[in-house]
Design a protein around this ligand. Structure first.
Ligand code: HEC
Ligand code: HEC
Length: 85
């Protein structure tokens, strides 16, 4: 049977505190531009975004934009009312 020493309990507590602290950090979405509340941004799925926001489409992304497809992770939408999805 393993016995935990006092130092082990302190370490376990510190790990829990770090995990809680990280989970309370602001999500990146709070800092990035949100989708404007225009009709074209309502009721969309992520795969719809690239219809307009891709090279050669009506509203291409800037060159230094991250090349990721999980748009909602970083951009809040007008339908989300500021909440976490
Ligand atoms: C029908 C075309 C169209 C689709 C589909 C579309 N957008 Fe847009 N988007 C635009 C246009 C046009 C603008 C500029 C609107 C303005 O500035 O008023 C814009 C602006 C934005 C902006 C704000 C840019 C800034 O400078 O603040 C974000 C963020 C954005 N779109 C994200 C998305 C995401 C995420 C999706 C998918 C859910 C999406 N868009 C789907 C056309 C589209
Ligand atoms: C890792 C986070 C992240 C993801 C994922 C992401 N974006 Fe962005 N996006 C940003 C940041 C940060 C900016 C602001 C960049 C800047 O100011 O240069 C931005 C800016 C934009 C803009 C404004 C561009 C402009 O003309 O000023 C649009 C539109 C946009 N993103 C659409 C999208 C779409 C569509 C997707 C999914 C295909 C997406 N984003 C995924 C972080 C992200």
């Amino acid at each position: 049977m393993i016995t935990l020493r006092r130092a082990d309990w302190l370490f376990a507590g510190a790990v829990v505190l770090v995990i809680i602290g990280v989970s309370l950090l602001p999500s990146p979405r709070d800092r990035n531009p949100a989708m404007p509340a225009t009709p074209e941004h309502r009721g969309l799925f992520e795969k719809d975004c690239v219809r307009c926001h891709a090279t050669g489409q009506s509203r291409p992304l800037p060159e230094r934009h991250p090349g990721r497809q999980d748009c909602f992770r970083c951009h809040k939408g007008p339908d989300m009312a500021g909440g976490k999805s």
